[in-house]
Design a protein around this ligand. Structure first.
Ligand code: OXD
Ligand code: MN
Length: 615
């Protein structure tokens, strides 16, 4: 037993809960995590010793590690993710509902002795700058050291958070944060108890998985998986599913959005948030570097967050945003020095890589990292890999965990408890047709409609579905912790608490011509779209009205030094096609049928208005 770290807490309710969890799951020891460098060094070494981690070549990638998971435990498991509310309609048709009493009984059984032979770590963590009115303290109890070291990158974590909680409870520091619970209980087990003398495996997990959210109790129980959003409970479980419930009750918003700063040569700064379904380049946009003509003139971007935004009506009348996370848990494949130099810089040291390939000189590789494939690798399953062997070297959902403070474009305000003021909200998806490169919604209500109906063409796997549009309202389909219809109503209501409203936009970097060629170069050139968005946020009359919203005038859209991009190309990528939009309107209607029971009538009217404009 490590006595140094087993001090417990003076906060009785927390101590009692931890004791109860230990009694239930019977670990061989309980370790309270302090978040120190010492603890990181000890745990990363322990993970290397037990074969979970491989230490990367310290000359190439100091203090960094590679983990290989079980092939059955490589992604979030949406079909095993439950929202537990008294009535099914509170969770709504887009979530998997479970009765909280039944789920608790079932999971109490699963967790019984589930940590036998393992260490139970107690991780006090805080999502958001600790002094922010929105910050949330959680305590995760877990039997995974992999989770502890990832949580140290992804959240404020350790003794200082525990001290803050104790001070708030004792009254020596006033609690300014909302939410009913002092702390959010997050119980996690990989579900792989060890019998006396049984050897461990590098990636313990269980085929039976439950990611359960007890909404009223503000509690999370996750069983069976050690991977990503299933196991790092501060991220999707707390910061989106539980937080969206708290936010609804306390007049703020927990959104699946990046937060980006645009810095113009005149010194002005505009912040926008953006929501995209997965596989639409969200991290690349959050880390966009202005192309040459912009950089030459002094344009800059900065990142506040790449995945989650918590937004609230600030006393200045504007929507303000914080990023509740302190790290990036990004998809590795496709990331390289050209597509995203900023991400590459952020992971040069102190990073954890999961399910990527190992090079012969002890560094990492994944598909798309370099044009030339290395002659030999160890792939994500631990096997020898050579080009053309018929397997990918890295898993498609392989990840890097990197500290945000290492990001060269991290915004100086990213830890400001007051957040940053948001002037624009961007929605987007991957659409080969129909959606122009950019358009601006007419107003807040229309903007909510645009976000509610956003969709993306499916890119992979499931036979027969490629190209079909999957509706993913505000990119929250897997993350909204309550009824999606009520979520739309909450969005509509939030307008009332603001005096300076952000503008709403929809973007589509992926429109194609008749031959299937992309009409827009994308990547850093998206800065041109962001400049137009910024102008509109600041009141410029740089567009004209169409049936679907405001779109840029050619004269007001910067195509300086954009090779082979003519006025004709501009018109093609911005085109509004009445026939395509009629089909779009019908397809949007399918979502509305699914959500009919709780759909706010404003959105039905927005659809009617759009139909009226299309005739
Ligand atoms: C993520 C996701 O990992 O959205 O951020 O799945
Ligand atoms: Mn995400």
């Amino acid at each position: 037993m490590n006595t140094q770290n087993t001090q417990g807490t003076s906060y009785q309710e927390l101590q009692t809960w931890v004791d109860q969890m230990a009694t239930l799951s019977t670990p061989k020891e309980v370790v309270w995590c302090d978040g120190s460098q010492d603890e990181w060094d000890r745990l990363t070494q322990q993970l290397c010793d037990q074969g979970t981690f491989t230490r990367l070549n310290p000359e190439k990638r100091p203090n960094s590690f590679l983990a290989r998971s079980e092939p059955s435990d490589v992604a979030r498991v949406e079909e095993r993710t439950f929202i537990c509310t008294k009535r099914p309609d509170e969770a709504g048709p887009t979530n998997k509902w479970a009765d909280p009493v039944e789920m608790r009984t079932l999971l109490t059984d699963k967790f019984t002795a589930s940590m036998a032979g393992r260490t139970m770590y107690v991780i006090p963590f805080c999502m958001g700058p600790i002094d922010s009115p929105l910050a949330k303290i959680g305590v995760q109890v877990t039997d995974s050291a992999y989770v502890v070291v990832n949580m140290r990158i992804m959240a404020h974590m350790g003794s200082h958070v525990l001290k803050r909680l104790e001070d708030e409870v004792s009254g020596s520091t006033p609690k300014k944060r909302d939410g009913h619970a002092q702390f959010i209980k997050c119980l996690h087990s990989v579900g792989a108890p060890l019998a006396e003398g049984q050897a461990d495996v590098p990636w313990p997990c269980n085929d039976d998985k439950y990611i359960s959210h007890f909404v009223d109790a503000r509690e999370i129980m996750s069983y069976g998986s050690g991977y990503g959003g299933n196991a790092l409970l501060g991220k999707k479980c707390l910061a989106l599913r539980i937080a969206s419930n708290i936010a609804r009750e306390h007049r703020w918003m927990a959104e699946h959005m990046l937060i980006l700063g645009l810095h113009a040569p005149d010194g002005s700064k505009t912040y926008v948030t953006a929501a995209f379904p997965s596989a639409c380049g969200k991290t690349n946009l959050a880390m966009l570097e202005p192309p040459k003509p912009y950089a030459d003139k002094g344009w800059k971007t900065s990142i506040v967050g790449d995945d989650i935004a918590w937004l609230w009506p600030h006393e200045d009348g504007k929507l303000h945003a914080i990023n509740p996370e302190t790290g990036f848990f990004g998809v590795a494949p496709g990331t390289n020095w050209e597509s995203n130099r900023i991400a590459m810089e952020s992971m040069t040291a102190n990073a954890i890589f999961t399910n990527v390939a190992l090079t012969d000189d002890g560094d990492v590789w994944w598909e798309g990292l370099s044009k030339e494939e290395p002659a030999h690798l160890i792939d994500w399953t631990g096997l020898d890999w050579t080009p053309g062997c018929g397997r990918t070297a890295a898993h498609a959902n392989s990840r890097f965990t990197a500290p945000a403070k290492q990001c060269p474009t991290i915004d100086p305000e990213w830890q400001n408890p007051d957040g940053v003021p948001i002037d624009g909200v961007i929605f987007g998806g991957r659409r080969a047709t129909t959606m122009p490169l950019v358009y601006q919604a007419f107003n807040w209500g229309h903007g909510v409609y645009v976000g509610a109906t956003m969709g993306s063409e499916m890119t992979a796997a499931a036979a027969g579905t490629i190209g079909k549009v999957r509706r993913d309202p505000m990119a929250m389909l897997p993350f909204c912790g309550y009824n999606m219809g009520a979520y739309f109503a909450h969005w509509l209501e939030m307008q009332r608490y603001l005096t300076h409203l952000p503008r709403f936009f929809h973007v589509n970097w992926f429109r194609k011509d008749e031959e299937g060629k992309f009409l827009w170069p994308g990547f850093s050139e998206n800065m041109r779209v962001l400049e137009w968005i910024m102008k509109r946020c600041n009141g410029a009359a740089a567009g004209h009205e169409t049936q679907i919203g405001w779109i840029p005038n050619y004269e007001n859209f910067n195509i300086e030094d954009l090779p082979d991009f003519s006025k004709e190309d501009f018109e093609k990528v911005m085109k509004f096609d009445r026939h395509e939009w009629r089909a779009e309107l019908i397809s949007q209607g399918e979502l509305f049928i699914d959500l009919y029971d709780h759909l706010p009538k404003e959105l039905i009217f927005q659809r009617e208005l759009l139909a009226a404009r299309l005739v």
